[in-house]
Design a protein around this ligand. Structure first.
Ligand code: SF4
Length: 286
């Protein structure tokens, strides 16, 4: 029962064609895998890590490092830890030796959770042509349950046209700085790009925005923007960091009234759209 349940679940979730359902499912499976891994021995963890081609090696507990069971190449560490919103995972807060980060079993299980999540999200990209009506009924029931539980509001409801007047202050500032070719930090570029991609701007328009930089390189920019849009590599569409993270990096500037009640720039955008709509119909590109 358990073995076929996975491909069937993938097929059903993929058929919903709802990225929120897909993300939720991938995350839940990844969390389950991570919690099971915490109780596993080194051998099993090494097997899973090898499957994901992580450069991981088991280490013998040392007198002053008795908690650490594994050492992971720092590039593999960064790829998985970068998405975790906790200061403890910053590379500067880790024990690093000869390019390897020391980890406990619980910590490597958490990092493998990210690998599993991406793996499942990639599987969910599959296009299912048609399913028998009895299964479609179940898929529709699943969607209904999801919307009842989570509410229908989703980022997918953001209109496809870009409404500049609804940008949050931080993004407005990043947009202006970028357009004028002035320097923007790495997190600033990441936040602006992911924000614009998530509110419906095309990759071409996002790439054009960076043309005014003196160090603009089309090939490299295209690769990075398409990667963040989920068109390359792990096929994960990235979202901007939370307000807390942007605040930590000094990107949260010029907070206004709406900012006080939200924790994410995309939520700001949705709220501001509502406010603008109440005042007057908004023209695209306004
Ligand atoms: S509170 Fe959030 S949305 Fe508002 S300016 Fe700061 S980071 Fe941007």
């Amino acid at each position: 029962m358990e073995i076929p349940s996975f491909p069937i679940a993938i097929m059903m979730v993929a058929t919903t064609e709802d990225s929120r359902i897909k993300r939720t499912y991938a995350l839940a499976e990844a969390k389950r895998a991570s919690s099971l891994l915490k109780g596993e021995g080194k051998q099993t963890i090494m097997k899973i890590a090898n499957y994901f081609t992580l450069k991981l090696r088991p280490i013998q507990p040392r007198p002053n490092l008795s908690n650490y069971n594994f050492a992971l190449d720092f590039t593999d560490y960064i790829r998985n830890a970068a998405i975790i919103q906790d200061k403890k995972w910053k590379l500067t807060n880790r024990l690093l030796s000869k390019g390897e980060v020391f980890l406990t079993t619980v910590e490597i299980s958490r990092l493998l959770e990210e690998e599993v999540r991406r793996y499942i999200e990639q599987k969910l990209q599959v296009k299912v042509k048609s399913l028998p009506p009895s299964i479609m009924n179940r898929v529709n029931r699943l969607k209904q349950l999801f919307y009842e539980k989570r509410g229908k509001t989703s980022w997918e409801e953001i209109p496809s046209e870009v409404i500049i007047a609804a940008y949050p202050p931080c993004i407005r500032r990043l947009h202006e700085t970028t357009s004028s070719g002035r320097h923007v930090s790495h997190i600033g570029r990441f936040s602006l790009t992911t924000f614009l991609l998530n509110i419906g701007m095309t990759t071409e328009n996002v790439i054009d925005l960076f043309r005014s930089f003196a160090d603009f390189k089309e090939r490299m920019t295209r690769y990075q923007v398409e990667h963040l849009a989920g068109l390359r590599g792990s096929r994960t569409k990235y979202i901007p960091p939370t307000c807390d993270t942007l605040r930590t990096h000094g990107v949260c500037l010029g907070m206004d009234e709406i900012c006080r009640g939200i924790r994410h720039p995309l939520v700001y955008y949705r709220r501001k759209l509502r406010v603008l709509k109440m005042k007057a119909p908004v023209a695209p590109g306004a």
